[in-house]
Write a protein that binds this ligand. Structure first.
Ligand code: HEM
Length: 491
């Protein structure tokens, strides 16, 4: 009798769950029709399609997640991911529209874990007048002329310094992270690599680990560690700001770095509108903390993946070698690269474009509609989230021939991101377009130059590229390097 009761209870619960699911689904479909949302499915209650997305992006081939839905519904579809219904766009026109209308029809939307760890005065979380000012301040700090005048010198020196210790087996992902972290610290605060920068980097890694966890110190040990590490990083940066303020008071020589530009800044968020007073220590610390994250994690991943793709495409590697060996031979004894050298690397730029296209380290960005937006026959309701997928576009045959193949030569007829290839947006677009896009290119070019002219290499073991929670090589891409010298008869 007891087991019969249990069976009856189980059946009733199952029946209730099935009916609720049906009601939820049909009411979601009805409300979608009413609101003219793009077609699609919200998946399971609460979870939506998050698990399908995560399991796809944890593999080396996440494309079926988007391919299946684009096949069924078209390039713009509705789904439910990371706790919210979301319009997913693999349509370049819609993506561009969303990014261009930042601040008017849409606003940036980051998960709570990232927002809490970055701090409210990080560029990615600012909006309005303050965002505009700080974005252009950042741009003016990393534009072509600052790079030509002094940043290139540091980039070249630090890349070479790091490579001096390379021998035998190295973990390329670790090495590139070290390089880009040191570069950002130097450019932001004028510190050369030392024990202090090394410790700071260790804490940073813990902060980044917390970006993709549950934002609850009680439920997630990773998040708890990340919050603690964030505190330590902020404390260290605070000390630097205090010291620099003192140096300035005592008339020390001005430094050519971002911190100096911020201290010179004639108005921060104090007062709330971005117009009054100087920047407070909290504003400067949040701003630098986030800039450091934005600048080093992305570029180091692209450096590693460029090497991976080149290793797998020997013809491209051979052509790149030729380009860099010629530069090296032309320069003779002079080791440091100059601006004119950087400007004479056309195939390198093709390799960089193609790596950015295929790797998609920032696969897309989340935005939220600030008003009802009617576009392409659909309505994106106010408050609704939209994901502008760069990856979905970059790997679509409709926009790039043989889209899933690494083919740097495709850029020879369409050089550069300012070309007619409007579907190409690895650095985003609109008012939030990456201010570091040119800095990243210079760093990548210098890195490839020294790597290729100083070493030959081979993978030390099999490794795998995955895309969730971030784009990375599982084993950090172990390679074995060997010194090489260049003669007129290059390999
Ligand atoms: C290969 C390297 C890089 C890639 C692929 C990349 C990509 C991007 C993308 C797609 C965005 C737009 C985010 C959005 O619209 O919400 C962005 C924003 C940003 N990037 Fe980069 N980035 C790279 C390197 C850098 C570097 C070296 C810096 C250092 C200056 C940097 C600083 C930033 C900042 C501060 C933002 C926020 C801009 C804003 O919200 O106004 N990035 N990046």
């Amino acid at each position: 009798m007891e087991s019969f009761n249990f069976l009856l209870l189980s059946f009733s619960l199952f029946f209730l769950a099935a009916v609720s699911l049906l009601i939820l689904r049909s009411s979601a479909a009805a409300s979608r029709r009413k609101r003219h949302l793009p077609p699609g499915t919200f998946g399971l209650p609460f979870l939506g399609e998050t698990l399908q997305l995560i399991s796809a992006y944890k593999t080396g081939n996440p494309e079926p997640f988007v391919d299946d839905r684009v096949g069924k519904y078209g390039a713009v579809f509705t789904t439910h991911i990371f706790g919210e219904p979301t319009v997913f766009s693999a349509d370049p026109e819609l993506n561009r529209f969303v990014l261009q209308n930042e601040g008017r029809l849409f606003e940036a939307s980051y998960p709570a874990s990232i927002a809490n760890l970055l701090g409210r005065y990080s560029l990615v979380l600012m909006s309005g007048t303050l965002h505009k000012r700080m974005h252009s301040l950042t741009m003016s700090f990393v534009n072509s002329s600052t790079m030509k005048d002094y940043l290139l010198l540091d980039i070249d020196r630090l890349v070479r310094l790091n490579m001096d210790s390379w021998t035998g087996r190295i973990l390329l992902m670790e090495e590139t992270k070290k390089i880009t972290f040191q570069l950002m610290v130097k450019q932001l605060m004028s510190f050369d690599p030392c024990e202090w920068t090394e410790n700071l980097m260790k804490e940073y890694m813990l902060v980044i680990d917390g970006f993709f966890t549950l934002p609850s110190p009680l439920l997630s040990a990773t998040y708890r560690r990340a919050i603690q590490a964030r505190g330590k990083v902020a404390e260290a940066l605070n000390k630097v700001v205090t010291e620099r303020r003192k140096e300035r008071e005592f008339g020390a020589e001005k430094k050519n770095d971002m911190l100096e530009a911020l201290l010179e800044g004639d108005g921060g968020a104090t007062g709330g509108d971005g117009s009054g007073g100087g920047f407070s220590d909290e504003e400067i610390v949040d701003f630098i903390l986030a800039l450091l994250v934005a600048g080093y994690e992305t570029t180091s991943t692209i450096m590693t993946l460029a090497v991976k793709f080149l290793t797998e495409t020997p013809l491209a590697l051979a052509q790149l070698k030729k380009e860099h060996d010629e530069i090296r031979l032309r320069k003779g004894e002079i080791r440091a690269l100059e601006w004119d050298d950087y400007k004479s690397m056309p195939f390198t730029q093709c390799v960089i474009n193609e790596t950015l296209r295929v790797a998609n380290i920032i696969g897309g960005v989340f935005r939220r509609a600030t008003t009802d937006v009617n576009i392409k026959g659909y309505t994106i309701p106010k408050g609704f989230r939209i994901f502008a997928s760069f990856r979905g576009v970059h790997l679509d045959q409709e926009h790039f021939t043989d889209a899933r193949t690494f083919d740097p030569w495709r850029w020879q007829s369409n050089p550069g991101p300012t070309s007619s290839m409007t579907a190409y947006m690895p650095f985003g677009g609109g008012p939030r377009r990456c201010p570091g896009y040119e800095l990243a290119r210079v760093e990548l070019s210098v890195f490839l130059h020294h790597l290729i002219t100083r070493f030959s290499w081979a993978p030390a073991e099999e490794d795998k590229l995955v895309f969730f929670p971030t784009t990375r090589m599982i084993k950090r891409y172990p390679i074995i390097v060997q010194n090489r010298s260049i003669s007129m008869n290059t390999e």
